[in-house]
Each structure stands twice: as structure tokens, then as C-alpha cells.
Design a protein around this ligand. Structure first.
Ligand SMILES: NC(=O)c1ccc[n+]([C@@H]2O[C@H](COP(=O)([O-])OP(=O)(O)OC[C@H]3O[C@@H](n4cnc5c(N)ncnc54)[C@H](O)[C@@H]3O)[C@@H](O)[C@H]2O)c1
Length: 332
């Protein structure tokens, strides 16, 4: 396939570099309105074509699809334009600024017969692929809880709260790994700067059964945490993305219960060792772009479809509403 990449700021160059490494992508055309960004790409990757005109890129019949790597408020207008030009589209995360915009993109793509995809990058990492396998093949058993911390000091974003900035990753991973649709969220958030954007937030997600999920998201932590704990009735996983040597650990810990008639149940705790799960190292963005190319040629939905993107935006919107309601439950 031939790929256009629109937006070469902080994240776009990573997409360009990976696109050039994917064998199913023949041409890579990088586009930005800022000439200095184009010059940097050309100097680093002379094999990439460059253009400062989105219109020219979209009018090129040789281009099959585009990746939109623009600030989130430009995702919807650029996606609509690309779809109207008959291009398959990947939008960076978060998919759009609102659910309504996301649904409009899906509808337009459906009418035009093109694929939409979201770059939920983490789903292509070795760690998440391994964790998905552990939940899917029954190793963890029934999922009791999902508990995640993504914290650091900064970086305060100009135009959104900490949940919109950091939690799209966590919500996309949760949806993928747990494989059930959440039914409601409750979020508490606080703004310590006075701009109206929460910089610390705690989110609780309810699935309508006994599975429970919790997220701590913060720009105001003295330590950088990237840790997710998933507890099942058979085994439990600890994924520490800061620990390269033991990134995914599988614990043989849990409890069982014996109940004799007329007596209180007795608990037995399983306090087994952990093993380090093997995790593949392939770069996630290359796999994401391979998936885009394959889904186009196989005419199927990609692993991270546009609809998955909207599902995450729905949770983000509900969190914002819950914060404004002082932490009340908001249905999804
Ligand atoms: N998947 C991830 O892990 C990840 C990580 C970082 C950022 N992102 C996402 O990537 C997107 C871009 O973020 P960023 O930090 O790179 O933004 P950025 O502001 O650094 O870069 C945006 C670029 O787009 C260009 N641009 C603006 N309007 C344009 C137009 N009409 N046509 C062509 N080019 C235009 C700007 O000149 C700039 O170079 C965001 O949606 C962000 O959430 C994803």
C-alpha cells in the first residue's frame, strides 16, 4: 500500500520511521504545513516523499490511506476530508474530541466503504499482547479486578485534563484485555493550577458484574508509575512498564474457600511464586501500520477499529461529566 502521514510534530516522525520499515508499505508521503518539520524528515529519511499540501496528498490517486497525527481538535475535520477523498484513515489517539464527532467519522467511512482505525499503540506492544493471551486462554480465570497507575510530574497539557491526556491508553487496554463493555464510570478529579483542567484523577469503572476497575492518573506525582495489576481467580498479573527486565509477572496467588455445613467458610491462601512472562520486542507502531495495511487488503476491521476509538472517547466524555457532577456515576 501507499501511505500518507499528516502531521510531523512530536509523534508524526515516529510513524514515518516505522512506516518506512514495513514491507507492505511501498510509498511513504509525509505532510505538514510547517516547512521546517518537512526539512527535518527529508534530512533523516531521504526515501520519504514530502509535501506541504494536504489537498495534493489527498488528490493523489496512488495513496490508499493516511495516518492523521494532528492535535485532537483537527482529527475530525481531517478525517472527514480524507474519507471524502476515498482514503482509508488511521486517527491518532484519542480518536476524536467528542463521541458525536467519532460517530460522524464512522458513518462517513461506512458510506464511502473505507476503513477507519485508531492508533491505540499499546495494544500492539509485546506486553499487552501477552496479557491478552493470558486472559483469553483462561490462565487468569475470571477477572476480579483491573488496577492501573499512570503517574508522573507533568507534563501539563495546554488544552485538556490529565484523563484525556493519559487515560486513552489505559481505557483502550482495559477494553481489549477484559473484553467486556463497561457500563458506567465514576471519576474524581482536582485542578491545582486554576485552568479548569484536572491534573490528578481517580476513575472507577463498573462492568455491571463483580469485575471492577480503577485508574490513578496524575501529572502531580513525585514518581513515574506505569503499573497495571490484573487479578483473576486463577492467577494474577503485574505489568510494570518501567521494569524492562521483568515487565510482565505472572503470580500464582489467590484464595480458595471451604465451607462446612453450618460453619463460617475457611479461606486458604495460595502464596505461590511468580514467573516472568516472555514478551516480544517488535516495535508497536510497525505492527500497528502492518495491521492497517492488512485490514485494507483483507477488507476487514482492524484490531483497533474506529469503533474501538469511539468506545474510548465515550469513557473519556463520561469521566469529564462525572467530575463535573462531583463523582456521580455516569452511564456509558
Ligand atoms: N499513540 C501515542 O502514544 C501518542 C503519543 C503522542 C502523541 N499522540 C497523538 O498524536 C497526535 C499529535 O500529537 P503531537 O504531540 O505530535 O502534536 P504536535 O503539535 O507536536 O504536532 C502536530 C503537527 O501537525 C502540523 N499541522 C497542524 N495543522 C496541520 C494541517 N492542517 N496540515 C498538516 N499539518 C498540520 C503542525 O505543524 C505540527 O507539526 C495527537 O492526537 C496526540 O494525542 C499519540
Amino acid at each position: 500500500m501507499n501511505l500518507g502521514i499528516i502531521g510531523l510534530g512530536y509523534w508524526g516522525p515516529n510513524i514515518v520511521r516505522n512506516a518506512l520499515s514495513v514491507s507492505s508499505i511501498d510509498r511513504v508521503v509525509a505532510c505538514d504545513i510547517d516547512e521546517s518539520q518537512l526539512a527535518k524528515i527529508k534530512a533523516k529519511h531521504p526515501e520519504a516523499e514530502i509535501t506541504n499540501s494536504v489537498d495534493k496528498l489527498l488528490a493523489d490517486d496512488g495513496i490508499d490511506g493516511v495516518v492523521v497525527v494532528l492535535p485532537v481538535d483537527l482529527h475530525h475535520p481531517m478525517a472527514m476530508k480524507a474519507i471524502a477523498a476515498g482514503k482509508h484513515v488511521v486517527l491518532e489517539k484519542p480518536f476524536t474530541s467528542t463521541v458525536a464527532q467519532g460517530l460522524e467519522v464512522l458513518e462517513a467511512a461506512d458510506k464511502k466503504g473505507v476503513i477507519t482505525m485508531v492508533d491505540h499503540t499499546f495494544l500492539y506492544t509485546g506486553a499487552v499482547r501477552r496479557i491478552k493471551q493470558l486472559t483469553q486462554d483462561g490462565t487468569l480465570g475470571n477477572i476480579f479486578f483491573y488496577d492501573s497507575a499512570r503517574t508522573n510530574l507533568g507534563l501539563f497539557q495546554r488544552d485538556c485534563n490529565v484523563i484525556w491526556d493519559l487515560a486513552p491508553h489505559d481505557f483502550s487496554i482495559m477494553n481489549h484485555v477484559i473484553g467486556k463493555k463497561p457500563v458506567s464510570v465514576r471519576a474524581m478529579g482536582a485542578d491545582h493550577v486554576g485552568r479548569g483542567f484536572a491534573d490528578v484523577a481517580y476513575v472507577h469503572v463498573d462492568f455491571g458484574d463483580s469485575t471492577i476497575a480503577h485508574f490513578h492518573i496524575s501529572w502531580l506525582s513525585p514518581i513515574k508509575e506505569r503499573q497495571t495489576v490484573i487479578g483473576g481467580n486463577k492467577k494474577m498479573v503485574v505489568w510494570d512498564d518501567n521494569n524492562a527486565a521483568e515487565r510482565v509477572k505472572l503470580y500464582d496467588k489467590g484464595f480458595s474457600m471451604t465451607a462446612e455445613a453450618g460453619k463460617h467458610p475457611a479461606f486458604q491462601y495460595r502464596n505461590g511464586e511468580y514467573e516472568v512472562a516472555q514478551v516480544e520486542q517488535t516495535e508497536a507502531l510497525a505492527l500497528m501500520l502492518e495491521e492497517f495495511a492488512s485490514s485494507i487488503s483483507e477488507k476487514r476491521q482492524p484490531l483497533t477499529s474506529g469503533a474501538d476509538g469511539v468506545d474510548v472517547v465515550r469513557i473519556l466524555e463520561a469521566c469529564e461529566r462525572s467530575i463535573s457532577l462531583g463523582g456521580e456515576a455516569v452511564n456509558l
